[in-house]
Design a protein around this ligand. Sequence first.
Ligand SMILES: Nc1ncnc2c1ncn2[C@@H]1O[C@H](COP(=O)(O)OP(=O)(O)OP(=O)(O)O)[C@@H](O)[C@H]1O
Length: 734
Amino acid sequence: MISNKGQSTNIKVLCRIRPLPNEVNKTELSQIEIRSSNNLAVFPKTDPDNALNFEFDHIFPDTSNQENIFHIVAHSIVQDLVQGINGTIIAYGQTASGKTHTITGSDIFDANTMGLIPRVITSVFDNIDESDNTLEFSMKISYCELYLEKIYDLTDMDKKGLKIREDRARGFYIEKLTEHFVSSDFEVFEILRVGTENRHLMSTKMNSRSSRSHTIFNISLDINNSLDLSGRNGRLCFVDLAGSERVSKTGAEGLRLKELKNINKSLNSLTSVINALTDMKALHVPYRDSKLTKMLQNSLGGNSKTSIIITISPLLVNESETISTLRFGAVAKAVKNQPKINRELTMAELKLKLHKLEEELKKKALRIEALEEALAKLNIDYSAIESQPSKSDDPIDFESTESDEFLIELEEVSNKLTSYIEDNSKRKKLLTEVKISLEDIENSTENDHALISLLENKHERIDSAIKAKSVIVQKLIIEKTVLSEKIERAHAKKLELERALNEKTAESNDLKYKLKAYEDKQEILPETVEAIEELKEKLVNEQHKYKKNQSELQELQLRLNLALQEQLNNKIGDEKNVLTREINARNDKISVLEHELNEINDSTKLTKKILGEDESSLIIDTEALEKKLKELAEMYKLLVSRQSSSNIEKQINLRKVTRLNERIVLLEQDLKHKKENLNKVEKEANRFLDDMAAQSIFNKMRVPIKGGGGKGSRAYTYSRLSIKPRFCSSLKFN
Ligand SMILES: Nc1ncnc2c1ncn2[C@@H]1O[C@H](COP(=O)(O)OP(=O)(O)OP(=O)(O)O)[C@@H](O)[C@H]1O
């Protein structure tokens, strides 16, 4: 990296006064007067008449918001960063005075409360978006903290106790600190969020989330110009220092005390560095005294545009810390840095430089030649002059005395020549170095080109190999499909064959079984014939019996029907007669009664006529008549009940007839079953006879197919049977 010489610039110091915490009473305020945007006075409680006056680059009153801070502190730093100029923003101040609030913000995702880092990140990406297309950017982020003199990688908590190394080109740097390549503000926000969560915090009297460490958030931006191949690099560093506190005020103990001592120690070393940087008489800047100052070497007195934001509290209770912070800021303001554009020369620039050096070298060589010629004309051996001891030690003794002036001139020429030679050798050396570096660059460029073409070739080869492979893969896929179809077909065929084989095996088993059965049967044929004869006989007998039964049954049924019919007719006739007789008798009775009633009527009329003649005999007659009437009524009732009981009897008889009919149906069904059974028996007998007939033909036609055959052989084949004897087809029933 070759850089233009940096201009000396003072560190900027800006002062931010935090607003009052809500719970605080106004009477407890320090007397701080903001006199202008860069001037402020403090009237100490102990000595209000002697105001302490402070001048800073800017003073932010407690009403300033985060956006104001960004515009005044960081806007120009962002512009510098994208030009390749380093920047640093440091927050320094008492605990709870608002350092973290200023650098990171209370909530990095809240547009109002987000601090400088998120705003700067957004702005850098905006700048990148708006930049020329020929510029290429590459951004790296790292985030670490210094806690109890140990360095932690906040983006990877497994990395603790990191070492600070020193390098000629880079100065101090943290070894193994993760640098995240990022391409969007979201990624940076995420790193910031995770890192901020990982910080060492503690709840203290003054701050519920007090930082117990110094944190450094670093942005590194490489800017490359694709046209002239020039490059730049800018680094922007945000430092949130841990807050100073008086041990006596806090009454801290244990770890808290240890933390506090460490914080104060490193802040003291920072103050020492600042003091040394501003002290003209100081011979040495004690950067190496602490890790913090090593890490901030470039930001303080180095190649960086640095701004320190001092944060102060308006509370009276913090007055002494406020004054000491303001004093620190006042001193720091005097520190001078040399920021410069960090740029690499373009190839054209390097070539031009080389060309100039070569021209210069040629001129020098000509001058040397001219001088050597002049010497030669004067007969002076230049090499002898060169090898001669110095004049003071052993002065030259010129016997042929030339003039003293000539000697002086000669000495001058000799001196000039020597200086030319020295100059020349220096330039030659420089030229060689430049040539070497140019060659290196050309070599590396050639190497890069070669590598690129190698990679391109390789890429092409891989590409064509991939294509070839994909063709093969396609073919293989097709082959695989065809093969799997074939396999499927073969499998189906195999299953079919297996099924056929099973069937054949079953058939063969069946045949074997049948063969065995026939063989067995053959052995018992005489008995079988006898049995068949017996069976036949039995069957004929059964058929006879069945026929007889059937005709008997039919006869029985006929008789039954007749009997029933007769019985029914008789019964109905009887009933009818009885009823007719009863009805006739009743009619007779009714006509008798009617007759009697007429007589009574007549006698009543007569009675009415002779009324008064014999009333008592009339009453007797009336009573007799009433009695008669009663008897007639009862007789009528009896007749009616007889008629209803004859109706019931008729119903019963009808039910009996129905039951008889049902029984007839049942008998018919039974008869049908018996018929069916008989048919079955007949069919069985026919089959049996068929088998017998086949057997008798088979016995005549069997042929050996294996093992010579003959008697006792088990392997036979069958000829097709064409004659099938039937068993008594005439016995079939309809
Ligand atoms: N300017 C401000 N406006 C609003 N709130 C603020 C401001 N400054 C500080 N605060 C609030 O005060 C509290 C302490 O602030 P912060 O943590 O930033 O202090 P600090 O200086 O970083 O403290 P420490 O050194 O202990 O870490 C926080 O809740 C913060 O939000």
